[in-house]
Each structure stands twice: as C-alpha cells, then as structure tokens.
Design a protein around this ligand. Structure first.
Ligand code: NDP
Length: 242
C-alpha cells in the first residue's frame, strides 16, 4: 500500500516511534529513522524493518531542535532515498514540574524539541513534498495538549502548539495536495510513562487500561492512507478526552 514511498520517523528508535516504523514498513514504505542519542537501538529497528519487510531502512543521528542539523539530515535522507513522502514528527521529551518551580531551561527545552523540532522537520521536508505534489505529515501531539495536566505546563503547551501548527500547515499546504494531521495519544505504555503509574489521569480512562504503542501505530497507518483527511486531531486515548 505504501510501496515506493519513503517515511521519515523522528524518535523512531524506541517507544511509539519504533512501533510506527514497523507498521509503515509492514505497509511497504522505506524507513528513515531520526534519533538523538542511542545509535544501537536505532540501528536494530532499521535491521528489523529490513529483515521482516524487505524495505530499505536507515538511521540518522540528529537533534530535531537544531534547525541546521535538521536541514543537513533531510539532505542526507534525500541523497539516500531520493525524496520523502511521509513525515511522522514523533520525537518528544518531558521535563515535568509545577509551573511555580519550573526552571527556565526545562520550559525552553521541551518547547524546542516537541514543537520547534516538528516545525524544523516540516520546514525542511516541504520543498520535497511540493516537488512531489504530495506529502503526508503526522504530528504526535498528546491528550495533555487538549485538556492540560498539572505538572506538565511546558509539555502541554508544546503539544497544544503542535495542534495549531498542524492546522495551519494543513491549510497552507492542502491546495498543493499535502496533508497534515495530528494524533493525540493518552497514556501509552513506553519508557516515557514508565514512572507515571500513579498519575491520577489513569483512573479517568473510560476503557480502563493504558494504551499500547500499536494503538498509536494503527492511527498512523490510517492517516498515512486517508487521502481526504487533513487538519484533523485523532485522539487515541481510551476515551479520556471525549
Ligand atoms: P520515548 O521517550 O520512549 O522515546 C522518545 C524518542 O524520541 C526516542 O527515540 C528519542 O531518541 C527521541 N528523541 C528525543 N529527543 C529527541 C531529539 N531532540 N531529537 C531527535 N530525537 C529525539 O517516548 P514515547 O515513545 O513514549 O513518545 C513518543 C511521542 O509520543 C512523544 O512525542 C510523546 O510526547 C508522545 N506521546 C507519548 C505518550 C505516552 O503515553 N507514551 C502519550 C502522548 C504523547 P533517543 O532515545 O535516541 O534519545
């Protein structure tokens, strides 16, 4: 279904990004993984994509918050794969704390990676999308960006910002055949949430369980192929924010 397409997945070395990489590879897409700090994890995801689905897969070390580094990385991906068709902005971090005590650098770094990182990737992929007269951008936001969360004002602001970014990019690029959507996951079992088993929001999940990374990968697979859907925010949250 995605044979002949190239998908770039930021933060594809583990967690949600790893499952998204496997899902898009299973649909036939070649995979470019962007990671920041753990080459062996990223390489092993690429090896598994190639072994299981016979697609081309390569990992690139890049801090998505660095505008110049993202430009170089997209150029490298273009050289290796020819172009990009699908961009999944999944890389994200948390530095939680109450606003009254939050350090300035903890606010800035979360905005820089989660929000500006997505902008940087979109900024440098858009030329390729325009040339192809097609493109699909999927931004991994969060239910926290929709309803807020005490102790996560920086993270919630970054994820709410991603929704504004998504809708603006969707409006700008729809006339050129390029779609942009967001996914707002709830609580998904990954390293990011491993320390949050006491989070009070857990009791408010109508479906009564944390999500799996594959639940989010299902939504990515849908949006990657939903040709008439743009500017949408798809919640994958067990009903938290209904
Ligand atoms: P993980 O912490 O498990 O993985 C984060 C990934 O992002 C890693 O691959 C990491 O690479 C990469 N990364 C972090 N910072 C950068 C950076 N500056 N540049 C490039 N890559 C970077 O997170 P999850 O899989 O849990 O989350 C993935 C996304 O989903 C995030 O955006 C998160 O906010 C969002 N989300 C997650 C939810 C959850 O419950 N898990 C809920 C809602 C949203 P490396 O290891 O090499 O540093």
């Amino acid at each position: 279904m995605l044979t002949g397409k190239t998908a770039v997945i930021t933060g594809g070395s583990r967690g949600l990004g790893e499952s998204i990489a496997y899902r898009l590879a299973s649909m036939g897409a070649d995979i470019a993984i962007v990671y920041r700090s753990n080459p062996s994890l990223a390489e092993s995801v690429c090896a598994a994509c190639h072994k299981s689905y016979l697609v081309k897969a390569k990992a690139y070390c890049c801090d998505v918050s660095d505008f110049g580094a993202v430009k170089e990385t997209i150029n490298a991906i273009k050289n290796d794969f020819g172009t990009v068709h699908i961009l999944v902005n999944n890389a994200g971090i948390t530095h939680d704390g109450l606003a009254a005590r939050m350090k300035e650098e903890d606010f800035d770094s979360v905005i820089a990676v989660n929000l500006k990182g997505a902008f940087n990737m979109i900024r440098h992929c858009t030329g390729l999308f325009l040339r192809n007269k097609e493109g699909c951008i999927i931004n991994i936001s969060s239910v926290t960006g929709l309803i807020g969360n005490a102790g996560q004002c920086n993270y919630a602001a970054s994820k709410a910002g991603l929704i504004g970014l998504t809708k603006s990019i969707a409006r700008e690029l729809a006339p050129r055949g390029i779609r942009c959507n967001a996914i707002a996951p709830g609580f998904i079992a990954t390293e990011m949430t491993a320390h949050q088993t006491e989070n009070p929001l857990l009791e408010r999940i109508p479906l009564g369980r944390m999500g799996e990374a594959d639940d989010v990968a299902d939504a990515v697979a849908y949006l990657a192929t939903a040709g008439y859907v743009t500017g949408e925010v798809l919640k994958v949250d067990g009903g938290i924010a209904m």
